[in-house]
Design a binder for this molecule. Structure first.
Ligand SMILES: Nc1ncnc2c1ncn2[C@@H]1O[C@H](COP(=O)(O)O)[C@@H](OP(=O)(O)O)[C@H]1O
Ligand SMILES: [Mg+2]
Length: 382
């Protein structure tokens, strides 16, 4: 039956993303405990984040292979096996082996099976090595960004675990784990406005009724779902504990909020400010790390997400696949700056992307922004 298509894949994807979010939550808590109150840079903590990236990737790859069979699982993912298989990476590998085993020990809480015995480094390396698909126009493959928004992660701020399934070049389902984006919306602003001044460890103690959330959607279903991460001893129940989400109904630019990357290096803030001004936006942009921006649009917490990278930068499919399908199924529109859909069928990159990405809660705002790009492009320096 059509509506059952990908039902098993979606369920498994949601469960494994929960496992990954719990893993990240534990690592981030330890990181923030040891980094006291200073704001860490990406470089300060790169060993931690590299280990975490590999640990999430190995955990998800191992679980998917156990459930669907090694021969049926093909994964495009951000981290490649070369970095971790070098001799000098022995302590990195040890760290990853421990973290993966620790997280898989909790698998039953999420309705998944733990390994019968502790996994060794060979099995972990095999799981990472299996993520060697380069995507393309045919067949079925998973697309994984184990930790999207590394800088947000080390700052105790927003980051995401993103998993999508692509079949014959089309995204068929997407799951976004957002460990620091609670169901209570106002806390998205909390991170943005205070992360420079608030002791980071306080994030761990906020009474938020669940620190984070998971969003998911199946393409063509017209439905996008939101659930909170699991606290304490609770078990993940399926398919309940989720609620339908819709994009914002605001189409008046004066009331709309623009969401964009924190890092100027990743998106041209002055160009997007010019577009926002010409369309008539009045509010300050909300700057957020990672694919949590797509989550914010899908949940109705912001109306526009734009990213205009430097000329020559090629957007990767794992930075967008899960977010795009969730926003579209929640009622939003996502295209490149020329108004064309993003093309996930060309391998690891969004080849042919016209200038930048514009995601909106509805067609009215979207048309205005596409028109603004058209009008202002020639005079821009991009
Ligand atoms: N120069 C650049 N321009 C645009 N995007 C970049 C970039 N360098 C890295 N990125 C991508 O932007 C992502 C972060 O997005 P954002 O700025 O919206 O938080 C990074 O994901 P990772 O953190 O997973 O590496 C990375 O893939
Ligand atoms: Mg990323």
């Amino acid at each position: 039956m059509e509506e059952d298509k990908y039902a098993k894949e979606l369920e498994v994807a949601v469960r494994v993303v929960h496992v990954a979010c719990a893993l990240c939550g534990r690592v981030q808590e330890r990181l923030l405990e040891t980094s006291n109150d200073h704001v860490v840079s990406k470089d300060d903590d790169s060993p931690v984040t590299v280990a975490e990236d590999f640990s999430v990737q190995a955990t998800i790859s191992w679980l998917l292979s156990e459930i669907f069979g090694v021969q049926n699982v093909s994964i495009v993912a951000e981290e490649d096996i070369q970095t971790i298989s070098k001799d000098e990476s022995a302590s990195l590998l040890d760290n990853v082996v421990n973290t993966v085993n620790e997280s898989l020990a909790f698998a039953s809480k999420y309705g998944l099976q733990s390994p019968e015995t502790t996994l060794g480094s060979t099995e972990i390396l095999e799981a990472i090595a299996r993520c060697n698909s380069t995507g393309g126009p045919s067949g079925r493959y998973w697309v994984l960004d184990p930790v999207d928004g590394t800088l947000g992660f080390v700052r105790g701020d927003q980051y995401a675990v993103a998993l999508a399934l692509i079949e014959d070049g089309k995204v068929v389902l997407g799951v976004l784990g957002c460990p620091n984006y609670p169901i209570k919306t106002e806390l998205l602003n909390y991170h943005y406005q205070h992360h420079q001044t608030t002791p980071q460890s306080s994030l761990a103690t906020l009474d938020t009724g669940g620190k984070g959330c998971v969003l998911y959607a199946k393409s063509g279903s017209g439905e996008a779902w939101l659930q909170s991460l699991i606290d304490g001893e609770k078990m993940l129940e399926w398919p309940n504990r989720a609620r339908l989400i819709r994009v914002s109904s605001i189409d008046d630019p004066t009331l709309a909020t623009l969401c964009e990357p924190v890092e100027r290096a990743n998106s041209n803030h002055s160009f997007t400010a010019g577009l926002a001004h010409s369309v008539g936006l009045r509010k300050q942009p909300l700057r957020v790390h990672s694919m949590v921006k797509y989550a914010a649009i899908a949940r109705g917490d912001a109306e526009i997400f734009m990213k205009f990278a430097k000329c020559g930068y090629k957007e990767k499919i794992w930075d967008h696949a899960a977010g795009v399908v969730i926003v579209e199924e929640a009622g939003g529109v996502v295209t490149d700056a020329g108004g064309r859909p993003l093309d996930f069928s060309k391998g690891m990159y969004l080849e042919g992307l016209d200038r930048g990405i514009i995601a909106c809660s509805g067609v009215t705002l979207h048309e205005k922004f596409i028109g603004a790009v058209y009008a202002s492009w020639d005079s821009s320096n991009l």
